[in-house]
Design a protein around this ligand. Structure first.
Ligand SMILES: [Zn+2]
Length: 270
């Protein structure tokens, strides 16, 4: 089997865990080169318990948490873009896209997964990363774009598929019925999870065989989980529920055609 390269582009340490930890582990186990690119070190995140981190060392602790999770998924060490959590909307967009184009041209992924325009729950940072990754997908292939980046191993590269991570209404309903909130609070404002319609989902990855790995990856992000968090106390009957065992995506760009019906593999048609 050809060796494929998969890259996830997210905003914060832990974004990779909840919706695509199983996917990352599955493709790493299949022998793919899997990379996680993260815009920030999660400086603005919560601290679930005072013994885990202080505001001063939170970015270092969250960097270690993501390194821990990547080791558990069996993927490469994470790549940090070095931006500040909560401030991605005021980052110079051209600079951020250039950084991603450089990473894409160097690592040459076949598939990129990132946020959709919904940002899962409208988080401004997620939406900024969605824009950067979608633009970089197009520009990395164009030799006229960022010509100063073209040298040695950094040649134009056409990624073949771009996927947006997506939640369905059924998944959100199941999450809520298992004690998870239906919205994420940011500065006192509730941002509800945004569902995709079932017919918008192009790709459903069954991660049943990697469920323990996915949960272990989530648990690396201890600063973001209280002791009573459902992901810590996960009872066996919840582990059997489909919302946890499947990860959904929308194929947004493709140079290799489109699925007939729902596909079950990010590498289909490659
Ligand atoms: Zn996030």
């Amino acid at each position: 089997m050809a060796r494929y390269t998969l890259m996830a582009v997210y905003a914060h340490p832990d974004d990779e865990a909840f919706g695509s930890g199983g996917t990352l582990a599955k493709y790493a186990a299949q022998g793919c080169d899997v990379y996680v690119v993260t815009a920030t070190r999660g400086e603005a995140g919560q601290i679930a318990a005072p013994e885990i981190a202080t505001p001063a060392n939170l970015p270092d602790v969250r960097e270690r948490e993501l390194r821990c999770a990547c080791q558990i998924y069996g993927v490469h060490s994470p790549i940090f873009m070095g931006y500040q959590d909560g401030q991605l909307t005021i980052v110079h967009q051209g600079q951020a896209v250039a950084r991603l184009v450089r990473i894409i041209r160097e690592l040459r992924p076949d598939v990129i997964i990132t946020f959709g325009p919904d940002g899962i729950y409208g988080h401004y940072d997620h939406i900024a990363v969605h824009r950067w990754a979608s633009i970089a997908f197009d520009l990395a292939a164009d030799p006229d774009c960022f010509p100063e980046l073209l040298r040695d191993t950094c040649q134009p590269h056409q990624v073949r598929k771009l996927y947006y991570r997506a939640l369905t209404q059924a998944q959100i309903t199941a999450m809520v019925s298992n004690g998870m909130p239906e919205a994420v609070m940011m500065d006192g404002v509730p941002f509800p999870f945004i569902p995709y319609r079932g017919d918008e989902i192009t790709t459903i990855i069954d991660v049943s065989d990697w469920l323990e790995v996915k949960l272990a990856g989530i648990r690396c992000h201890a600063t973001q989980l209280g002791h009573d968090n459902p992901f810590i106390t996960m009872p066996e009957e919840v582990m059997q529920q489909p919302w946890l065992r499947t990860e959904c995506y929308v194929l947004a760009r493709s140079t290799v055609g489109w699925p007939q019906g729902t596909e079950i593999d990010l590498l289909e048609r490659l």
